[in-house]
Design a protein around this ligand. Structure first.
Ligand code: C5P
Length: 227
């Protein structure tokens, strides 16, 4: 079976309030996108990469793509649409594995990528990197007051990558699209089919670069990981 890597990179990253989409912001020596693709390539050099980019993207350069086997697809208005477009554009077999990874997570390690890949092979419902919640969790009212405290034992942060078999993921996203539900990860779509993807404990430093402060943090993480 083939391994496909889908990287949604068609977002604008508005919360960064920068002059360009966040995946093109410089992190140490290269744009975020170049780091993310290099990490994926180090774990899966022979996989086929499917990169979702905005048609109006004027920042992208193919020199940042280390894969020999890759294609560009048109992103959608929402992350899920970008991923669905990628699945629609490829000629994958039903049981091929598809790992979806946010371009905005450049600090993912090779070990975590390999662990997630292995779990995806082992679990028919797929798998996702995730991290147990460490803070006390509050349920808020609309007025911004704390209504009660959620038991955190059963709460996890969903990270990426998330891995599934092609046919299952395609059906899950197709269903979600028909229902018009706005999802922020693939696992939610698969859960809606009654499946229970495996939570694979991932590293805490698999940060999603979202806010301006995150850039310095991501740079520190990458530097520490090199030591
Ligand atoms: O903005 P946020 O960090 O939540 O986006 C998550 C990922 O989805 C990013 O990698 C972003 O580039 C991607 N995305 C996309 N198409 C969109 C919106 C977001 O590929 N329309």
């Amino acid at each position: 079976n083939r391994l496909w890597l889908v990287v949604p990179a068609a977002g604008q990253g508005r919360r960064m309030a920068a002059d360009r989409p966040k995946q093109y912001l410089s992190l140490l020596d290269r744009p975020i996108l170049a780091h993310t693709l290099a990490r994926l390539h180090s774990a899966f050099p022979d996989a086929r990469l499917v990169l979702c980019l905005d048609d109006d993207d004027r920042w992208f350069s193919p020199e940042w793509v280390p894969f020999t086997d890759w294609q560009r697809v048109t992103g959608g208005a929402e992350r899920m649409e970008s991923v669905f477009n990628a699945l629609g554009a490829i000629d994958a077999g039903d049981d091929d594995l598809v790992l979806v990874h946010d371009v905005a997570r450049p600090c993912v390690t090779c070990d975590d990528l390999l662990a997630l890949h292995q779990a995806t092979q082992q679990h028919a419902s797929g798998a996702l990197l995730a991290m147990p919640v460490a803070d006390t969790m509050k349920r808020a009212s609309a007025a911004g007051t704390s209504l009660h405290t959620e038991p955190r034992e059963a709460l996890w942060h969903a990270l990426t990558p998330q891995g599934f078999r092609y046919r299952q993921l395609y059906q899950a996203l197709d269903e979600a699209r028909r229902r018009g539900t706005l999802l922020t990860d693939e696992a939610s779509a698969v859960e809606a089919l009654g499946e229970a993807p495996k939570l694979v404990p991932g590293r805490r430093d698999n940060l999603k670069v979202t806010h301006p402060d995150d850039l310095a943090l991501a740079a520190a993480i990458l530097t520490a990981q090199r030591d």
